[in-house]
Design a protein around this ligand. Structure first.
Ligand code: HEC
Length: 168
């Protein structure tokens, strides 16, 4: 066999080998590898979270128990809390409720069905701290979004304390 012929055959074999490899890398041929990470009771995006295991304790402490009414504010409205509350308010609330809480944030005009509440109004300020906490946590049906994933429990109480300073 001539050298060129041998090289050609070698080249063809290598090409076949590499080409065949593509079937695997491009998932045309797929093996179910053992993957223990997948075999666990986790939930995937867009799935309902699993119910809490019996006797589980929330890491942040029990913020409130559904169905047991509004919780009591455990955070004193001292300077630290109010400073943090204002910072958090400016980040999480002002876009809708406005810098002074009058319901005139930058995106308020674009909300067609329900306008952000005027947080200085009596209807809001007469609510208990716990009731405000629940609004921030759970939002309102078809209106305010639930922000319990944006703010920790402590941060929500700081915002509640700050809301009290918005009274006219
Ligand atoms: C995406 C816009 C948006 C953001 C962000 C937002 N809100 Fe609201 N909020 C609304 C709307 C809209 C309403 C009116 C809800 C309704 O009419 O049901 C509302 C209502 C409220 C009310 C009154 C609820 C009642 O029952 O009277 C409070 C209190 C409130 N928001 C506090 C906050 C706080 C505090 C934050 C930040 C942690 C915040 N909101 C962030 C849109 C927003």
């Amino acid at each position: 066999m001539s050298l060129t012929k041998r090289l050609l055959i070698l080249g063809a074999v290598v090409a076949l080998f590499l080409g065949g490899g593509l079937f695997f890398t491009m998932d045309v041929i797929k093996f179910e590898w053992l993957s223990f990470m997948e075999v666990q009771p986790s939930y995937r995006p867009m799935e309902e979270p699993l119910p809490l295991p019996a006797r589980a304790v929330p890491v942040e402490g029990a913020a409130y128990i559904p169905g047991m009414g509004a919780p009591v504010n455990p955070v004193e409205a001292d300077e630290v809390s109010l400073t943090r509350g204002k910072m958090l308010y400016d980040v999480h609330c002002a876009l809708c409720h406005g810098a002074e809480g009058r319901g005139d944030g930058v995106i308020a005009a674009f909300l067609q069905e329900r306008k952000p509440a005027d947080l200085t109004a009596d209807s809001v300020q007469t609510k208990s701290d716990g009731a405000l906490f629940l609004v921030i946590s759970n939002g309102t049906e078809g209106g305010m979004p639930a922000l319990n994933e944006n703010l920790t429990v402590r941060e929500r109480w700081d915002v509640v304390n700050y809301l009290r300073t918005l009274k006219p």
